[in-house]
Structure formats: C-alpha cells, structure tokens
Design a protein around this ligand. Structure first.
Ligand SMILES: C[S@@+](CC[C@H](N)C(=O)[O-])C[C@H]1O[C@@H](n2cnc3c(N)ncnc32)[C@H](O)[C@@H]1O
Length: 189
C-alpha cells in the first residue's frame, strides 16, 4: 500500500528516515526496515519498543532507534525530531486512543516530524451512517479496538486542518480480522 501511495504522490519508495508511531511488536517495522535508510519506533510500551528493535535487528542491519512515549504527554517524545522524517506510519493505533482529540494529537505530532513533502500513512477505524459503527468511548477493556472512530470525510478534513493535506484513501470494509479500516496518505506541503 505504501508503494502504491508513494508512486501516486511521486515520492521516493525508500524513505531516508521513517518513524512508526505505536509500533507494537514490530510486525510493520520488519516489513519496512529493509527498505528505509533509518528507522525510529515509538510506543507507550517500553517492552514493545525493545521487542521491535530486536525483531528489526533479526531481519536487517538498518539502524533503528527506540522512543518511549509518555501517554500523558505524547508530544514530548517527539521533541528534537521536527522536520526530519520522510514517512510517519501509524496503523491500528488511533482506534485505541480514548478520544478524537487524542487521535488528532498524534496527527499534529506527525505534522511536526515530517519534512516538507513527507508522507503520513495513517489508518483509522471509520464509522458509517449506522450509529452502531461509532466509537464506543467507554468500557475500554471491552471496546479496545472501537474506542475512537471517524467519518472518512471527517478525518480527511481534520488532518488537512492540522497542516497535513489528505491526498489518498484506501478502504478495507471488511477482512478476516475486523471491519471498517481506512488508510490515508497525508502529505506535508
Ligand atoms: C494494536 S497495536 C498495533 C501495533 C502495530 N502498529 C501493528 O500494526 O502491528 C497498538 C499499539 O499502539 C500503542 N499505543 C497505544 N496508544 C499509543 C499512543 N498514544 N502513542 C503511541 N503508541 C500507542 C500500544 O502500546 C500498542 O503497541
């Protein structure tokens, strides 16, 4: 998907510096790492950051740095990295955060970290006209993967208002794991 977005946007398919925000155990990081110059992996869980670094080292020699994110103050983790990243990846994270405001705080971080022309590949869980598809916003332990949802146009506009121009979207209405995934390519002007 990133290669398709990169081709459509006319950006390099091999970013010099990539950051993955909410890296988990490194499933995406190991796929991207061989194709990037340098990789940063950030997560609120220090053991997840350590595991991702271990997994990346097992597949390639791309330099990888870890960042532990303070959940109470995520922007702090990004200090000093402004205007450096060519690719900001954040997938299967925004539906877990407590509110749209928390999700958009991550988009603001992406805007700060990207170089001009850099791309954020962001996945959100989208809601439709059916109210049952909307984020639950309570009972976190039961609704983990459905806390925060966006209308596709709503997220498109909200990202653009925060300085990242929404350019492309790919929808996965349903797959073996879940439903209503939207993947957007946002570009910093
Ligand atoms: C469902 S996992 C997805 C991991 C990875 N992106 C993937 O696709 O395999 C969500 C990850 O986001 C992290 N996370 C949750 N809230 C976060 C936040 N505000 N900032 C950074 N990471 C966060 C969690 O610790 C967890 O590792």
């Amino acid at each position: 998907m990133f290669r398709t977005f990169a081709k459509a946007l006319g950006v390099a398919p091999n970013p010099k510096l990539m950051i993955e925000w909410g890296c988990g155990g490194g499933a995406n990081a190991v796929a991207f790492a061989p194709h990037v110059g340098r990789l940063l992996v950030a997560d609120v869980s220090a053991p997840s950051v350590a595991e991702t670094i271990r997994q990346v080292a097992a597949v390639c020699s791309t330099p990888v740095g870890g960042i532990e994110v303070d959940i109470a103050s995520p922007a702090t983790a990004a200090a000093g990295l402004e205007d450096q990243c060519d690719l900001f990846l954040c997938v299967y994270v925004l539906e877990l955060v407590p509110s749209q405001q928390d999700a958009m705080e991550i988009i603001e971080i992406a805007e700060r970290l990207l170089v001009s022309g850099g791309v954020a590949l962001i996945q959100v869980k989208y809601h439709t006209t059916s109210r049952w598809t909307r984020g639950r916003r309570r009972n976190y332990h039961r609704n983990l993967a459905n806390m925060t949802t966006f209308g596709i146009d709503e997220f498109w506009t909200a990202a653009t208002e925060r300085g990242l121009t929404a350019k492309l979207v790919t929808l996965v209405p349903e797959n073996a794991l879940d439903r209503r995934y939207a993947y957007l390519a946002l570009q910093k002007p």
